[in-house]
Design a protein around this ligand. Structure first.
Ligand code: CUV
Ligand code: SF4
Length: 666
C-alpha cells in the first residue's frame, strides 16, 4: 500500500488533490497537522477528576506511576476503555430507542406516515418475544412488540429480551462470568458510575462491566434497531445500486442524506418520487431529483431501495467539494462539523435534522415523527430551490461502480435453499469441506490516519483470495462498494477456487453487504444459526470466524468489537491500541477473554499482520473442530449446494427484485 496517498479511493484522491490546489482543507490535512497525543492515545491519561488530568507515564509506568488518587495505569486504561464502550453503546441504543418509539407511534396510528411493512418479520420477532400474533390485528402485535422492546432500556433486573437468542452455550458463558445485561440504560449508567473517581479500580472487574455494556449494545441496541427497521421498512434482499462520487448528477437536483437514522430518510426517498416534486424540480431547470447517501443512513436506504452511496465517513467533505450537492441533510453520528464551514465555499446547504444534533452555521429543520412527510417535503424543496444557485466550482467526478447490497440474515438463509428449505446447511457444509475456509466480518469506519479505505480494500482482496467469505457492514461496506468490490464478478476475478465455486453456484458476491453498523447484529444471528445448524461449533465461540475493523475511529466501533469478543468472536482492530500503555489490560482483553468467552480484542496497525492473525484464528478454529485442513483448491465431499429448483427460484425472484421473504401485506 502506498503510504503517501491520503485516500485509497481513486476519485477521493482526485478530489483531495483538487482541494490542495484550491487551498481547501479537509480531515486529511488536519490529520497530518494534528498528531494524536501519545499519552491519551495509549490510555494513560486520566481526566475523570479535577485533581488531574493525570498522565501515567515514565519508565516502569505500569508498576510505579500513580495518579493523585493513587490509581494505577491499568485502572486508568481500563476505566477509559469502559467509558468508550459506554459511549458507543449509548449511540446505537439511543438510535434503537427512537426506532422503538416510532414503531409504537406507527402501531397506534399517531405517526401516520409510518406503517408496518414487513408483517412476516413482525411475526418472527413477536414469536421470539413470546407475544401472541396469530389472529390478532397487525398493529396490536406491533404495539406489544414495541412496548416489549422499550422494556429493554429501563429494565432494572433480569435479562435483556434477546439474550435468549444466543446459543445456549454462549449464554452459559455469559451467566458464569456475570456479564448478562439487565437494562441497556442501567448498564451504561453503571459504567459511568464505576468509572467515576474513587469507585471501581480492578481492571478485570471494570472490563467485565465493559463486556456487559457491549452485550447490551449488540444483543440490545443494535439488534433491536435492525429488527424494528426491517419491520417498518422491509427486510432487505439483494438490490443493485451504485457507489462513489459519480452518483451525483450534473443536471439533476442532488440531495444527500448522511448520518445513521433511517426514519426521515425513508420518507425522503418516497418524496423524491412524488410527481409534484419532480415537476417542481423541472420548474427550476433540473431534469429530476437525484437522492444519494453517505455513511450509514446511506446503507439503510441502499439496502432497502438501492439508493446510491457516495461512500463512507471520509468521503463526506469530498462530496461537498464536488460542488454538486444542493442539500446535505444530517441526523446523528459520524458527521464532521467541518462540512458546514466547507459548504460556505460552495452553494451546498447543510441541514441538521435531529433534536439531538445541531451544528453552528447549518440550517436546522427538526425532524418530528408525527409530521415526517411534511418535514421531508420541506427538505426536498430546499434542495430544489438551491439547485439554481449551483456554480461550476467543484471537483466534478464521473467515476462510479455497480454493486449488490441487501443481504439480510433472512435472505442469506433463503438463498441457500429456497423458501421452504431455507437453512444454513450449505454454508456449514462448504466450510466443513474446506471450500470456504472461514468467515470474516469486515466492518468499521474508514480513517484519514491511514490511506483511507486502503486497509479495507487490501484485506477484502486478500481474504477472498484465501477462500474467506466476507460479510461487511457500515463504512467497511462503503469502502468495498466505492472500489467496485461488491459484485459477483469479484468472485470470478479474485476469489480462491473454493469460494468462487460457492459464489457462482448461488450467484452472490464474495463480499456480502449486510447493512449499516447496527446491522452487525445480523452477523450475530447468522453465526447463531450456523451453530444451531450443526457440524461446526455448537456455540458462537470456536467458529472459524473473525471480526476486523481495520480503520476504526468511533467509540461505537469499540462497543461493537467488544460485543463480538464477548459473544465468542476474535476481533482485530487497526491502529494503535487505546489500552496499549497497560500490558495487564491488553492481556485481559486477549488471553483472559479468550479463555472465558473464546473471543478477544486485538489492536494491530499492520494490515499484513492483521491478515495473518485472522487466518491463523480461522485455521486454529478449524483444527479444534476437527474439520478438514484447509488447502486451496482441494475440497472434501459435500452435499450439492442447492438443487436446480431452488436455484431457479432464486434467479427468478432476484431478477424481479423480490426476495421472497420480504412480502408485505400491502
Ligand atoms: Ni455507521 S461508526 S464511520 S463504520 S458510519 Fe461510518 Fe459506521 Fe461511523 Fe464508523
Ligand atoms: Fe488523577 Fe485519580 Fe483524578 Fe484520575 S481519578 S484524574 S488518576 S486523581
Amino acid at each position: 500500500m502506498d503510504k503517501a496517498i491520503k485516500s485509497a479511493g481513486t476519485s477521493a484522491e482526485q478530489i483531495i488533490e483538487w482541494g490542495t490546489e484550491h487551498k481547501i482543507e479537509t480531515c486529511f490535512d488536519r490529520a497530518e497537522k494534528m498528531k494524536p497525543c501519545p499519552i491519551g492515545e495509549s490510555g494513560a491519561c486520566c481526566r475523570v477528576c479535577h485533581m488531574g488530568p493525570c498522565r501515567l507515564v515514565g519508565k516502569n509506568a505500569e508498576e510505579e506511576a500513580r495518579g493523585v488518587c493513587g490509581a494505577t495505569l491499568s485502572t486508568v486504561a481500563a476505566r477509559n476503555f469502559l467509558r468508550m464502550i459506554a459511549a458507543g453503546t449509548s449511540a446505537h441504543s439511543d438510535h434503537a430507542r427512537d426506532m422503538a418509539m416510532t414503531l409504537l407511534s406507527a402501531a397506534t396510528g399517531e405517526a401516520k406516515d409510518f406503517k408496518i411493512t414487513d408483517v412476516k418479520k413482525l411475526y418472527r420477532v413477536a414469536d421470539i418475544l413470546q407475544i401472541e400474533f396469530e389472529g390478532r390485528p397487525v398493529n396490536d402485535v406491533a404495539k406489544d412488540v414495541a412496548l416489549k422492546f422499550i422494556e429493554d432500556f429501563g429494565r432494572q433486573k433480569g435479562e435483556l429480551n434477546y439474550i435468549k437468542r444466543a446459543p445456549k452455550k454462549t449464554q452459559d458463558r455469559w451467566r458464569k462470568w456475570g456479564i448478562v445485561p439487565r437494562g441497556i440504560d442501567r448498564e451504561v449508567v453503571e459504567a459511568m458510575h464505576r468509572t467515576n473517581i474513587g469507585v471501581d479500580h480492578d481492571p478485570d472487574h471494570l472490563l467485565s462491566q465493559g463486556l456487559r455494556v457491549a452485550l447490551a449494545d449488540g444483543w440490545g441496541g443494535c439488534m433491536v434497531s435492525s429488527d424494528i427497521t426491517d419491520i417498518l421498512f422491509g427486510t432487505p434482499h439483494p438490490v443493485k445500486a451504485e457507489a462513489s462520487f459519480g452518483i451525483f448528477k450534473e443536471d439533476e437536483v442532488n440531495l444527500v442524506v448522511h448520518g445513521h437514522e433511517p426514519t426521515l430518510a425513508e420518507i425522503i426517498v418516497d418524496v423524491t418520487y412524488d410527481p409534484k416534486m419532480i415537476e417542481y424540480a423541472k420548474s427550476k431547470g433540473a431534469k429530476g431529483i437525484n437522492l444519494g447517501g453517505m455513511c450509514c443512513t446511506a446503507n439503510e436506504i441502499l439496502m432497502r431501495h438501492g439508493i446510491p452511496t457516495a461512500g463512507g465517513f471520509t468521503n463526506q467533505e469530498l462530496g461537498v467539494m464536488t460542488g454538486l450537492i444542493d442539500a446535505l441533510t444530517v441526523d446523528v453520528q459520524c458527521i464532521m462539523p467541518a462540512i458546514v464551514e466547507l459548504s460556505k465555499k460552495f452553494h451546498t446547504k447543510i441541514i441538521t435534522t435531529s433534536k439531538k444534533a445541531m451544528i453552528p452555521g447549518a440550517v436546522h429543520v427538526e425532524y418530528e415523527e408525527h409530521h415526517a412527510r411534511e418535514i421531508a417535503e420541506k427538505i426536498v424543496k430546499m434542495a430544489i430551490d438551491n439547485f439554481p444557485n449551483r456554480t461550476k466550482k467543484g471537483s466534478h467526478i464521473t467515476e462510479k461502480f455497480p454493486l449488490i447490497a441487501g443481504f439480510s440474515h433472512e435472505y442469506i438463509e433463503y438463498m441457500q435453499g429456497g423458501r421452504w428449505r431455507a437453512s444454513f446447511r450449505p454454508l456449514n457444509d462448504a466450510i466443513m469441506a474446506g471450500r470456504v475456509r472461514g468467515v470474516v466480518g469486515l466492518a468499521g469506519c474508514d480513517n484519514p490516519r491511514v490511506p483511507s479505505t486502503g486497509l479495507h480494500k487490501y484485506l477484502a482482496i486478500e481474504l477472498i483470495k484465501n477462500d474467506v467469505l466476507i460479510v461487511s457492514t457500515g463504512c467497511g461496506s462503503a469502502a468495498c462498494g466505492t472500489a467496485g468490490y461488491l459484485t459477483p464478478e469479484m468472485a470470478l476475478e479474485n476469489a480462491g477456487p473454493g469460494l468462487r465455486e460457492v459464489c457462482e453456484a448461488i450467484g452472490i458476491p464474495p463480499i456480502l453487504h449486510l447493512g449499516a453498523c447496527v446491522d452487525n447484529s445480523r452477523i450475530l444471528t447468522i453465526v447463531t444459526a450456523m451453530a444451531a445448524e450443526g457440524g461446526l461449533s455448537d456455540e458462537i465461540g470456536g467458529m472459524p470466524a473473525v471480526g476486523i475493523a481495520p480503520e476504526w475511529m468511533s467509540e461505537k466501533a469499540i462497543a461493537i468489537g467488544c460485543y463480538f469478543a464477548a459473544s465468542g468472536v476474535p476481533v482485530i482492530f487497526g491502529g494503535e491500541s487505546p489500552v496499549g500503555a497497560s500490558n495487564e489490560v491488553t492481556k485481559i482483553m486477549t488471553e483472559v477473554w479468550f479463555e472465558r468467552f473464546m473471543g478477544a480484542l486485538h489492536f494491530e496497525p499492520d494490515p499484513e499482520k492483521m491478515l495473518a492473525m485472522a487466518l491463523d484464528y480461522i485455521d486454529k478454529a478449524r483444527e479444534m473442530l476437527k474439520l478438514r485442513k484447509y488447502e486451496p483448491g482441494k475440497f472434501g465431499a459435500e452435499r450439492v449446494l442447492m438443487d436446480m429448483a431452488a436455484r431457479r427460484e432464486i434467479k427468478g425472484s432476484a431478477h424481479a427484485g423480490v426476495g421472497g421473504i420480504n412480502e408485505s401485506e400491502s
